[in-house]
Structures are given as structure tokens and as C-alpha cells.
Design a protein around this ligand. Structure first.
Ligand code: MN
Length: 195
């Protein structure tokens, strides 16, 4: 279902400027994600996880007592591949009505998403997830991921410092604002919703 390989960017590394720099994409997609993939592939050699698809590795290692490193790297591979597909050079703008209606209120969605992402202490992720036709906001710490909890993600924002520090330094709120206004690939989010 999900691949252990790096999902290629669907745009050039310069395409998200000025909201996300070429340097950030080179470092984040080209180095951080590449390292999680290499670590994962090294860790699973010769283990029961070796032949599993990524989602199965995540679910099995989450439940195991001795597989924290495998879980962390596998979840980060999924989270990053998902996050980079949530970005688009023509992104942002109006939230599609089907999404705001499923959440309940457009303004509330924006306010609560910003507040959740800005308020997440330390490293982690802010998500839109789908639960029986309802859209909810969820935050996860460190590498944790909705699919480990049988929850369907439809949008992800990486709020680890490495996702924004080169461009925004300590101004995480500005990064969140730029993501919602200029970067979200709503087409991809809608596709996730319809699955
Ligand atoms: Mn990241």
C-alpha cells in the first residue's frame, strides 16, 4: 500500500518560494527524508519487517515492545511522503467546501488548525483526519502517525523545527499561516477524503 522509497517531489525545489525555500526542500526532502528511508531499510534487514509494506511495518512495530527505532523511522517515512504531497506551488487559497462542511465551519477550521499546530510542544505533526465522514484536527508527537491508530489522515503539516527553521526561524505561526494560505495541495487532500 505505501512504499518504503522516497516519493519524488511533484515540483522543483524552487517552486514553493518564497513560502518554502529551495534550501529547506533540499535539506528536508533531500536529506531528512532520505535518512529516515536509509535508516529504516538498514533496520529491517533480516527481520520479520523486511517483506512488509510500510503501513504494516508501522502498525506491527507500534504494537511491539522492542521496535521503537523501526517504528520511528517507518512512521517518519510515511509522514514525510504524505506531507510533501500536501504541498503545491499553486496551493492554498479557499478551503474546498466539502472539507469545511465536513468539519462544520470554515473559520473555525482555520483557527483551530493554527492553534493546534502552534501549540504543539516540541516536535510533531498536525493533521486533518477523517472519522466516519467527519473532519477532525489531530496532533501527534515526534514520529507518531494517525495510521498507527487506525485513523485516516487527509492532510499533514510537519511542525518539527527542521521543517521551517531555515525560512522562519522561531516564527512557527508564520509558517503555519503560509502553509494554509499558499501551499496546501487541496486536490491531494480531497483525493484522500474520497478514498
Ligand atoms: Mn520533517
Amino acid at each position: 500500500m505505501f512504499s518504503l522509497t522516497q516519493f519524488p517531489l511533484q515540483f522543483s525545489e524552487k517552486a514553493l518560494m518564497p513560502y518554502m525555500s529551495e534550501e529547506t526542500l533540499q535539506c528536508h526532502h533531500g536529506k531528512h527524508l532520505a535518512t529516515y528511508i536509509k535508516n529504516l531499510n538498514d533496520l529491517i534487514v533480516g527481520t520479520e519487517y523486511e517483506a512488509m509494506p510500510l503501513d504494516e511495518i508501522i502498525i506491527k512495530s507500534a504494537a511491539a515492545q522492542d521496535a521503537k527505532k523501526i517504528f520511528n523511522n517507518a512512521a517518519q517515512v510515511f509522514n514525510h511522503n504524505f506531507f510533501f504531497r500536501c504541498l503545491s506551488p499553486n496551493g492554498g487559497g479557499n478551503i474546498p467546501e466539502v472539507i469545511s462542511k465536513a468539519f462544520g465551519d470554515k473559520e473555525k477550521l482555520v483557527t483551530e488548525f493554527k492553534s493546534a499546530a502552534a501549540g504543539l510542544f516540541g516536535s510533531g505533526w498536525t493533521w486533518l483526519v477523517q472519522d466516519n465522514g467527519t473532519i477532525k484536527i489531530l496532533t501527534t508527537a515526534n514520529a507518531d502517525t494517525p495510521i498507527a491508530h487506525n485513523i485516516v489522515p487527509i492532510m499533514a503539516l510537519d511542525v518539527w523545527e527542521h521543517a521551517y527553521y531555515l525560512d522562519y526561524q522561531n516564527r512557527r505561526a508564520d509558517f503555519i499561516e503560509a502553509f494554509l494560505k499558499h501551499l496546501v495541495n487541496w486536490k491531494f487532500v480531497l483525493e484522500n477524503m474520497n478514498q
